[in-house]
Design a binder for this molecule. Structure first.
Ligand code: 173
Length: 317
């Protein structure tokens, strides 16, 4: 009897000693071979090294673990605790998610002007999420094509999209098809699509340069990739662990200037890989970018008459 009690106590002691250390499970909506994931894994390593006894993050995997467009719901329902994803991948939960691509003020500025707070209010209400940090910005999206155009008219072209590009490309006359990043290479190879929307970077991560002839310049919008967490899990964390993870997430976000030089280099690599640029005259280019913005905000406000205008006030210039 006594011995059993001692054994039971012995088993409990280490559990007590470690009771403060929490582990969160994180999934990526982007394929594992994307640089976004490598960068995040480096960050996780640092979080885990410095957070011994306090907080740890366990990386579960990419879209093979949870499909790209289901990651948002997995966070909302607590199937996973955290995700690396973008708003366009969880518009099924809340149309507002896609508005972050329209930001013209930096993440740092968003923390100062109330946008970050507003985003968190909406994300909590609509998707049971805490919006922790934006880890990609200063990155335009582009239209990539395998057929040449001489003006912004996509009539007769089939273009791969996500919600990011839908309204804009449709306005330009395109027929559109939504796919996760993981399906683009095959779609290009089979000639199912004539082009796709994608940031200025990360073509090479997925080998799309092999199947891409042209990039249309200029780019438009501001690619957003963020860390989000299940709100119940986040709130239930010991305050020390939550503060620690918050600090680490802010530090990750603080490195976003990195993308500026990275993107320049990616454009250079594309040219070296033989991807030609399609450009328009100055007035047409200006109208193209303006159109993207106009159509983007019109869509955001239509989808969310309540929050669209508030987001515009704080995110647009
Ligand atoms: O094109 C996409 O899959 C997309 O919407 C996106 C958004 C942010 C970063 C990279 C891609």
């Amino acid at each position: 009897m006594k011995k059993t009690l001692l054994v039971a106590l012995g088993a409990l002691v280490p559990a007590f000693a470690l009771a403060q250390e929490v582990t969160l499970r994180l999934v990526s909506a982007f394929p594992e071979n994307q640089y976004y994931v490598k960068r995040t894994l480096d960050w996780i390593e640092k979080v885990n090294r410095e957070g011994k006894g306090l907080a740890q993050i366990h990386f579960i995997g990419g879209p093979k673990a949870i499909p790209t467009f289901e990651v948002g719901n997995a966070v909302k329902t607590g199937v996973v605790d955290m995700a690396l994803t973008t708003g366009a991948y969880y518009t099924n939960l809340m149309p507002e998610a896609d508005a972050l691509k329209l930001a013209e003020v930096s993440a740092t500025e968003q923390r100062k002007n109330g946008a970050f707070e507003l985003i968190n209010r909406i994300w909590a209400e609509k998707a049971n999420m805490a919006y922790l940090a934006r880890v990609v910005e200063f990155t335009p999206f582009h239209l990539y094509l395998n057929r040449k155009i001489d003006k912004p008219d996509l009539t007769g072209l089939k273009i791969r999209i996500t919600p990011v590009y839908r309204d804009f490309f449709q306005t330009l006359g395109a027929a559109v098809m939504t796919t996760a990043p993981g399906e683009v290479y095959t779609a290009l190879e089979r000639g199912v699509i004539d082009g796709y929307g994608w940031p200025i970077h990360a073509l090479f991560d997925l080998n799309w340069q092999e199947k891409t002839k042209y990039r249309v310049d200029p780019g438009f919008y501001n690619a957003e990739v963020s860390l989000v967490a299940n709100l119940d899990k986040w709130k239930a964390l010991p305050a020390k662990a939550r503060d620690y993870l918050n600090r680490q997430a802010i530090e990750y976000e603080g490195q976003n200037d990195f993308w500026k030089s990275y993107n320049q280099n990616e454009a250079k690599r594309q040219a070296e890989a033989g991807i030609q640029t399609i450009t328009f005259d100055a007035a047409t280019s200006r109208a193209y970018v303006e159109k993207a913005k106009e159509v983007g905000w019109a869509g955001a406000i239509k989808a969310s008459p309540q929050y669209g205008p508030q987001l515009k006030k704080l995110l647009a210039k």
